[in-house]
Ligand binder design. Structure first.
Ligand code: BTN
Length: 255
């Protein structure tokens, strides 16, 4: 058994500079990754208590990618506040490598094909020097078969690609994209990808914005992010606000 092996795992292998631990099932991959050091990643075939953002459950049946990656995040915390935003972009970049294109971001890091959700991210910090990016990507699983309210609201990579795609391939591409993102942020080069991120929001969307500590939500248009990763929002009175991602409690599209 490898010295890096964890109790209960199916396999432990080196993948492009990562140490990848694979389990048949776990309650959630994020807390398991949270106990590991940087450049370890944890994948489960099934999560029995998958967690989404804002305390929601995340359906994690067999056939999807449920992966948590531990990235080093040294130095000031503020520098890394753009990581959750960049992580959504990184997943889009990874899927572009298998010719799945035309995806868009919904703030802060949901990945959609049109109005249907393909992937989501839950970024958590368990240790001051590391960040855990938890990513769930639907591939050929069917969340709507387990949760009727999701009918017509999700989509998988297999349907978009038009052919079967292995979880192992998407795992490798995603880990590679996270490594490149980490390096860009570490070297203060986020501005190089800000413009590309802005092409992924699609057309300017009418949104409702709730700020931390402000009871009344604002409505207006989401304009994208600036080179430092701050959100640009024009309210209904025509005032443009530039906000750090950490100030935003919720930004939802208004249809
Ligand atoms: C969301 O869109 O609400 C975020 C979903 C995040 C799901 C992933 S799957 C791997 C990791 N483990 C979890 O329990 N959640 C994240």
């Amino acid at each position: 058994m490898s010295p890096n092996a964890l109790i209960g795992e199916k396999s432990c292998e080196a993948v492009d500079g990562w140490q990848l631990h694979t389990f048949a099932n776990l309650p959630s991959t994020n807390p398991v990754a949270g106990a590991l050091s940087a450049w370890h990643a944890v994948r489960a075939d099934v999560q029995t208590d998958g967690r989404g953002r804002t305390g929601r459950a995340w359906i994690s049946d067999a056939g999807g990618l449920w992966l948590s990656a531990v990235l080093p995040a040294p130095g000031p915390r503020k520098k890394w506040s753009i990581l959750p935003l960049g992580a959504g972009w990184a997943v889009i970049e990874a899927l572009r490598e298998i010719d799945v294109t035309g995806l868009r971001l919904r703030w802060p890091n949901d990945i959609l094909a049109g109005r249907r959700k393909l992937a989501g991210l839950l970024v958590e910090q368990f240790h001051p020097d590391n960040v855990v990016i938890g990513v769930g990507i639907n591939i050929d699983n069917r969340p709507d078969a387990l949760e009727a309210s999701l009918a017509g609201r999700t989509i998988g990579v297999a349907e978009l690609a038009g052919h079967p795609v292995s979880i192992e391939t998407i795992t490798r591409l995603t880990l590679g994209a996270f490594r490149r993102l980490q390096s860009l942020i570490e070297q203060d080069r986020f501005s190089e990808i800000a413009a590309d991120i802005n092409t992924r929001w699609g057309e300017a969307r009418r949104v409702q914005l709730s700020l931390n500590g402000h009871p009344e939500p604002l409505t207006g248009y989401f304009r994208g992010v600036d080179p430092e990763g701050r959100l640009s929002f024009t309210d209904d009175h025509g005032t443009t606000h530039t906000l750090d991602a950490s100030q935003v409690a919720l930004l939802s599209e208004v249809s």
